[in-house]
Design a protein. Sequence first.
Lengths: 670, 636
Amino acid sequence: MMHLNKWFLGFVFLISFVNLNSQNLELGKVSVAELQEKMHSIDTSAVAAVLSNKAKTSFKYNEKSGFSIHTEFQIRIKIYKKEGLSWANFEVPYYVGYENSIDDSVRFSDAVTYNLENGVVVKTKLNSEGSFMTNANKYWNVASITLPNVKVGSVIEFRYILKSDNIVKFPHFNFQYEIPVNYAEYGTEIPGFFVYKAIVNGFLQAKTEQRVSSGTLHYANKNDFTRSDSVNFKQLISTYSASNIPALKYEPYVDNLENYRFSIQHELEKTQFYQEQVKDYATTWEGVAKTIFENKDFGKELEQGVYFLDDLKIILKKEESTTVTELEKLLIIFKFVQQKMNWNKENSYYTDKGVKEAYANKIGNSAEINFILINMLKIAGINANPVLVSTKDHGIPVYPNHTVFNYVIAAANIGGKQILLDATSKFTAPDVLPLNALNWRGRLIRKDGTSDEINLVPEIPSKKNYTLLIAVDANGKIDGKFRVQNTNSEALIFREKFSGVNKESYLEKLENDLNGIEISDHAIENENMDLSKPVTEIFTFATTNHCEIIAGKMFINPMLFFALSKNPFVRENRQMPLYFGYARQNKYNISVEIPAGYVVESLPKVMRISTAGKEATFNINTLNVGNKIQFVISEEINGAIFYAEFYGELKEFYQKIIEKQNEKIVLKRI
Amino acid sequence: MKITSLFLLFFTTVAFTVHAQKNEYQSLNISDSLTENANAVVRLNQIDIVISSQRSMNIKTKRVVTVLNEKGINAIDAIESYDKRRTVKAIEAIIYDALGNEIKKIKRKDFKDQSASGGSTIFSDGRYIYMEYTPTQYPFTVVYESEIETSNTAFIPTWSILSDFYVSIEKSVLNVNFPATLGFKKKEFNFSNFKIKKDTDTATQLSYSVATVLAQKFEDFTPVSKVFPKVMMGLESFNLEGVDGTAKNWKEYGKWFSENILMGTAILNEETKVKIKSLVGIETDPIKKARIVYQYMQEKSRYVSVQVGIGGFKPMLASDVDRLGYGDCKALSNYTRALLDVVGVPSYYTELFGDQDIRNIEADFFSIQGNHVILCVPNGEDTVFLECTSQDDPFGYQANFTDDRDVVVMKPEGGEIIHTKTYHNKDNAQISKGNYAIDANGNFSGKITIVSEGSQYARKAAIENMQPTAKEAHYKGYWSTINNLKIEKTTFSNDKEKVRFTENGIINAINYGTISGSKMMFAINAFNQFTGSVKRIRNRKNPFEIQRGFIDTDEIEVALPAGFAVEFIPSDFESTTKFGEYKSEIVKKDGATLIYKRTLFIKKGVYSNKEYDEYRLFMEQISKIDNAKIILTKNQ
């Protein structure tokens, strides 16, 4: 909530009556041509299209509640196919969970369906029976409409106004939808005492026009309710527009599709009221760090220390000898917090109930749990700081502001090296973060307002080291021993998957996933004794599905059930970066014993394949001595994220390794 | 004042501590048999239902669940729904640690409240109240208690002893009290393998109890409704969303429903009547008329679900559907009924369980059942059923959602149980005809026509309207054994009259044949390999069911590359089992052409747990033979 207050006193003499420059955005002018159109002119597969989507955000002022923003949307949609009929139901969620501010509100109006009947345009208006408001939960309401009489060929349009007292952020405006958009336009009218940063997202460019004009705000006179006062000021009028925006489509290996949606958002940067100092909201990382630190649910919570002292003494007592290193202390504290605390699945960088209560209840959000960790590390003499993170689901933190982040982890500095820690998961380890946190870069912030960019992507690749000893009998049955060691992120994934699972059902699924092998003597080493060390899965197996006997010859794929059969990359080209999350190395040591009476006729050839910059590599080495064949195969992805330009090369790489991986050992009778 | 309240607070705290430890809820003394295969153990599930009158029912639940690990959290099931006619009078939970010490009390205000709208339902006045709890240790025990008061006596909850897999039951109790005058009745299902005790069964009381039900492992193809025990209950005199009703059987229910719920909902305005009459014109055959009306309805309307009050049970007025062009299954079926009535074709509102899993309305036991509505159109001795929520289904198509089950048809003279269309094994056919050629480099180019009918029609008809990327993904999945697949062209024809979907495809792929030295090798069955697998299940306990049979036939001409001789051809194969038949053969047409023929026929049926391995091996063998390779040698 923001009041005019002093500002108002200074400008009161400027009162005059100037007409608001209201724009005429035309709804209601649907053409016969639009109704006759059978398919979208560019994307013929489109089930529906947004013919136009116009919105405008402007400010209102009220004596009691201060400034608010009103965003008016006007949307026109054409339905081409039956599958597109769902676009005639439209939902707008809005926030009602403010602590000291009025709920947002949404009001639909002018919702109409247009059909062409015997060459005549027929209008059907939406009335109240097709308009709904749902109180979804404590924080969100949903306003929804379902338009009447919608068929294939219909054009629908509607208007809605979203009002909010929260002026820190404007509603997102999406230029791009899951269906094509013919024309989109977003306008803002921002009074001169506010400065917003406009952030455009996606791969397309919006045409931008800006001009300064005079604006007026009207509000009720304090003393005489029949009169209304108004105030004049300079305002910045901006218009962002774009035409023929293709539909947004999912591609594999994308971190979060929303990162690439063509959209625009506005963040409050500063306010500059008359006779007041400029108030900086967030223009630099320092500004962000400062604002966040100043919040009581952040800075103060990081100063707490007494509540766990007794526990800390006990856990460090055992190691009271002088030889205990900082790193050892860190491991003890991390393990303690990880085991004691239970994450309520809430992402936040602010505490909710506070660290003390969270500690007592053993339950907390991401801030509470990792602040407890930081508090303990600091008391134990280890330099530790919070690192703001945007989770993968939340998007990429590109510009400095405080809404780009939604999560916080800890960084401990030991011997000049930062170790990243997140105690919310039961299976993480130092420098092994939950996958959802492996999202580009985080921001380490300190009390003094300084901050550093932190690379969240692990430096060390995660490994899967396989060792297989297999023997083939004269009937083509294969018996073998399997061992796989998972490190770092791979260990985390394995432990999460394996935890609490019904063992028999797990094995039944695993047997099926590995092309119907039969597993016995299954065991796990270091399931959760020491999470910073690898976890190993071991079993014995037998299979009759991995050797083909054709015309007296045996054909065996040395990679058995590991061979890739399908290229994950299908499309010709790509705009979105390729997200792998973490660098990885798979290594296979496979030893094959061939049956008596057979000799090797041919083996897959030794080969090294890699992309030009060694971003991805594949090697296979073979050695045949007597009745034993030894394979050493390695696959590496040496990075977490690759630019879209790399797509063609990676796709080709996969094609090559698929061919290679499907080459077989051929055995013939002596 | 202040002192008093402080004192009270202190007092209650003390009282609390004294009673906080509950030995019976210790997690440590659970027997090993109950923890085997279990993520949670239901220590006690006691449901007390008191029906005090036709318009008043009270349901008290006490559920004590020991959660052994994080996968067992769902078994707590601390959730209640409510609406205008159903109130949650009390709800709370207490959490105990493994030793039975109380660790947390969750009061009503700490439960979360959420709307039932969402998904395909755009609006519902129903809401949920549920517990959200972050466990701090395992095992822990939740004692959950709730009390519901409702006037909807038409819906007495079914007593389901086993609610899920991997959950065992230490004790489960049901007590029902009812006035002798309301015509209470019940039906027991699948009791035979469980030691369920009927403690009371009088004119006003029914109670059951069962102890030690072991956790069930999930096993593929288990017909749950034929295995898990349950008791369904109903009243002859009930209240449904504010309307009193009386029915002893389906016949009476149908009559009551027609007179009290459907009456007056199927009126259309003159304009619509004129329009539909002119569309039908001079057609006299009732089924042909119905086809015209069905198509009109499909083009005019769309599925939108809005559920308010009795609207959850009573269809929206036909005149409103006509005006708005949308509705849910009830509204659209009833609207179609109104349209058919205008052109003199009788049709009947029909309630059923709509699901891919076949589930009957219990013919010999009346209670309010079902989750879906379709429309029944008599056709002489036969009947046609119309799915009115689809804009695409052919007239009378039912496979995979409403087929082969008992449904209740609401005729004005009385309800009638009718069995819907069964898609017999051989009706569900896929016929593939085509050819492919392999060149000297192993490259593949082929042409194929696939015709799908019966239950296989539905799975294919959707392809036509897929987005290009989804279509490509479908074919890359369908022909997953052709590496480097490139789809040159696809065309489709959808004969809704005959319910037959035809795909024509031209495809190619480099390196389909693997060349090593002077030899080339490839799988002759390129177009239709069975790649699915049937899991090996250790000590299967439950029977398994194949709900719909099918038959696939393939005839493919294969042109071999010039300059190669055939070194090896897989031998012909035939296998007949109780589950079906499989046959593959290769005929040499001439020196450079082979004809590959294949038939896979699977029968529907319910089989015992013992027969599962036999089925698995049959399918595994098919998968191997489908992948059999041919070897060619280059002429020197």
